[in-house]
Write a protein that binds this ligand. Structure first.
Ligand code: ADP
Ligand code: AMP
Length: 220
């Protein structure tokens, strides 16, 4: 299955991507994670991306398209993939069309997780991420068993530098302006699945799985 997971910052893409990855055995490709890893290793790309990310801005299309093109060429993507956080602009979406056409691949669905803005602010500001394994928590909605410690690997939990309220507000505005129009782009092709993300983690996942099953039934 070739899938895109869309939605504003804090919609729950990363959280649901972990479940989808495990259920369908397809690799999750998160451009945000790729940039954060590059930043941790202080590569040239990482340092450039970190400055933009900390400011709530997007990394330039040319760079982002390049890393996705290279990642999709890896062998594990032959059986399918789940793009999380890409594409984020019309230019990126058109470039993705070109990459997939080069390999005779097609998208199966674009899942868009919808959540009201006030909820998104609380979700981003309370997000905590494991510094070792990347697992996702929320101080209020999905807390770890021990404060500041990852349930899975015991790693220290971190607050993302772009999850400060003023940066979150900026990221939400950029989403509305540059990324949200992509829902029309994919709806016109009959690929869009809209999911109510303002529900429990398990209810959101249930709705995603049911929508994908319904789509597969229709295609048969
Ligand atoms: P995104 O990848 O879309 O930016 P995340 O998956 O990182 O979003 O989720 C943002 C924050 O909201 C995390 O702290 C996560 O634990 C929490 N969260 C995700 N989904 C839900 C949900 N359905 N209900 C409550 N909190 C959620
Ligand atoms: P995310 O982890 O998806 O919330 O992304 C964190 C940050 O990484 C974004 O605010 C951007 O600065 C950068 N980023 C991630 N994906 C993209 C993309 N597709 N295009 C441009 N910038 C991106």
């Amino acid at each position: 299955m070739n899938l895109i997971l869309m939605g504003p910052p804090g919609a729950g893409k990363g959280t649901q991507a972990e479940y989808i990855e495990r259920k369908y055995w397809i690799p999750r490709i998160s451009t945000g994670d790729m940039f954060r890893t590059a930043a941790r290793f202080s590569t040239e790309l990482g340092l450039q991306a970190k400055e933009l990310m900390d400011n709530g801005q997007l990394v330039p299309d040319e760079i982002t398209i390049g890393i996705v093109r290279a990642r999709l060429a890896e062998r594990d993507c032959a059986k399918g993939f789940l793009l999380d956080g890409f594409p984020r602009t019309v230019t990126q979406a058109k470039a993705l069309d070109g990459i997939l056409a080069d390999w005779n691949k097609e998208l199966d669905a674009v899942i868009s997780i919808e959540v009201p803005t006030d909820v998104l602010i609380v979700r981003n500001c309370g997000r905590r991420t494991c510094s070792q394994c990347g697992a996702n928590y929320h101080v209020q909605f999905n807390p770890p068993l021990l404060a500041n410690e990852c349930d899975i690997c015991g790693g220290e939990l971190q607050h993302r530098s772009d999850d400060r309220e003023e940066t979150v507000i900026k990221r939400l505005a950029i989403y509305a302006e540059q990324t949200k129009p992509l829902t029309d782009f994919y709806a016109e092709r009959g690929l869009l699945i809209s999911i109510n993300g303002d529900q429990s983690l398990s209810a959101v996942f249930r709705d995603i799985v049911e929508s994908l099953q319904e789509r597969t039934r229709k295609e048969v």
